[in-house]
Design a protein around this ligand. Structure first.
Ligand SMILES: Nc1ncnc2c1ncn2[C@@H]1O[C@H](COP(=O)(O)OP(=O)(O)OP(=O)(O)O)[C@@H](O)[C@H]1O
Ligand SMILES: [Mg+2]
Length: 134
């Protein structure tokens, strides 16, 4: 049924707020409740912030797929930075490459219920999604 998507370049701090808001708007339009909208917006800002901090920027693609009995919002944040050498460690709460608290990725996984990461030097792609049923 209705499918929508938004693509956002992330180059400066302000773009975090823009991507976060775009995610919230899409989630609301897809019928997600306030709590889920906030989960989705928070997940987006964590992933986009990582792309900015560790890769100097990236791209955020947010898409919604609506079906008769469900709606799924998917967030893919990609960058062309140095990559994540040890993905399992990076997801562990409290493990930081040095600059943060090391809570971002584990928070995203907890908030969204899923998180998948593909990474090599020059290309990192982090994907998360949430489905609601009606
Ligand atoms: N896009 C990325 N490119 C390269 N390394 C990354 C990327 N995203 C995360 N990492 C690595 O994974 C680690 C864990 O990321 P996470 O977001 O969980 O914590 P953090 O950014 O260190 O701290 P916090 O998000 O709590 O401020 C980072 O410290 C960094 O080393
Ligand atoms: Mg982080």
């Amino acid at each position: 049924m209705g499918d929508r998507q938004v693509l956002r370049a992330v180059k400066v701090q302000q773009d975090i707020i823009g991507a976060r808001q775009a995610g919230r708007d899409l989630a609301r339009a897809a019928g997600f409740g306030m709590v889920d909208q906030t989960r989705i917006a928070t997940a987006i800002s964590e992933l986009v912030r990582n792309a900015l901090v560790y890769a100097g920027g990236g791209v955020c693609l947010i898409s919604v797929e609506t079906e008769e009995r469900s709606a799924t919002i998917r967030v893919v944040v990609s960058d062309q930075g140095p990559g994540i050498p040890d993905i399992d460690k990076a997801i562990e709460p409290g493990h930081s490459g040095g600059r943060g608290l090391g809570l971002g990725l584990s928070a995203v996984r907890n908030l969204m219920g899923c998180l998948s990461i593909e990474s090599r030097p020059g290309r990192t792609e982090v994907t998360t999604s949430m489905t609601r049923r009606r």
